[in-house]
Each structure stands twice: as structure tokens, then as C-alpha cells.
Design a protein around this ligand. Structure first.
Ligand SMILES: [Zn+2]
Ligand SMILES: [Zn+2]
Length: 150
């Protein structure tokens, strides 16, 4: 108890992060973790259980912004010329047939869902999500050559 007094802000946060019982978790209510039953279960007259799986720390499976940034960090270091290519794309051409400059299209939060889903469905996006490299010897290899030639 006494060691909680020093930084009670942090201590109470830690306290809050402690696991709620299954019923409280399901009902999104604070659990006092009383034993053998928390007060909520006690009042409800139900069993107080902690059977749900512990959620793992760290990113969940699937796309996260950090994965995207991790990829950018890697790609820009491995191939710095890509940065110029992308910046030029942002500054000098428009998005599809919208007539909107790419950089402006990017800045508009209304377009976020569209752009993110285009990425997550791309082969790169799938790699980021699954860690599995696609087979790049297929027909798409030619477009890689075109990009490199620009
Ligand atoms: Zn509870
Ligand atoms: Zn309970």
C-alpha cells in the first residue's frame, strides 16, 4: 500500500488496467476484483469468473499504421530514389481522373478509407498484414521494370 502513495497517478492507472471479471468485462463496467466474487457478480448472484483469454500485448494481427511506417522505413533506406519518385508523384500529378493533385487527395481525410483499403488489398499491403511475400515472378514483374525506368 505505502509504495502506491508516491505516484498514485500511475498506480491508479495500473489498478484500472487490472483484469475485470468476465461479467464486468462483458458489460463494460468497473470490476472491484473482490474475492470470491466481485460486488457486481455478488449482487447479480452469478458466478464470478476470469475465463476469457488474456489479450496479448502489441499490435493485433492485420494492418496497423506502425506496420506501414515500418515498411516505409525499410524501403526508403533500401532504395532512397523511391522517395523522390513518390514526392514527385505527390506534387506533380493528379489522382486518377479526379483532377485533384495527389498531395491534396492524400490530405483530405474523407479519402482515408479508400486509400487505406487500396493499400491493404495491394500485394504490399498483404505482405504488411500477413508477412508473406507474394510471388513476384508473375506478370507484375514488368511493371516493376517500368517504375525503375522512370
Ligand atoms: Zn466484476
Ligand atoms: Zn465478477
Amino acid at each position: 500500500m505505502s509504495d502506491e502513495e508516491g505516484d498514485d497517478g500511475r498506480a491508479s492507472k495500473k489498478r484500472k488496467a487490472s483484469r475485470a471479471c468476465d461479467r464486468c468485462n462483458l458489460q463494460h463496467q468497473p470490476c472491484d476484483n473482490a474475492t470470491p466474487k466481485c460486488s457486481v457478480c455478488d449482487r447479480a448472484g452469478t458466478e464470478c469468473t476470469y475465463n476469457r483469454p488474456v489479450r496479448k500485448r502489441g499490435p493485433r494481427t492485420g494492418y496497423t499504421a506502425q506496420y506501414g511506417e515500418r515498411l516505409w522505413g525499410l524501403v526508403l533506406q533500401a532504395n532512397p530514389a523511391i522517395e523522390d519518385m513518390i514526392l514527385r508523384t505527390l506534387a506533380t500529378s493528379t489522382y486518377r481522373d479526379t483532377g485533384i493533385m495527389n498531395a491534396d487527395y492524400f490530405r483530405n481525410n474523407d479519402n482515408q478509407a479508400e486509400l487505406v483499403s487500396y493499400f491493404t488489398e495491394s500485394r504490399l499491403g498483404r505482405f504488411v498484414q500477413t508477412g508473406d511475400l507474394p510471388d513476384i515472378r508473375g506478370p507484375s514483374a514488368s511493371s516493376v521494370v517500368v517504375l525503375a525506368a522512370q
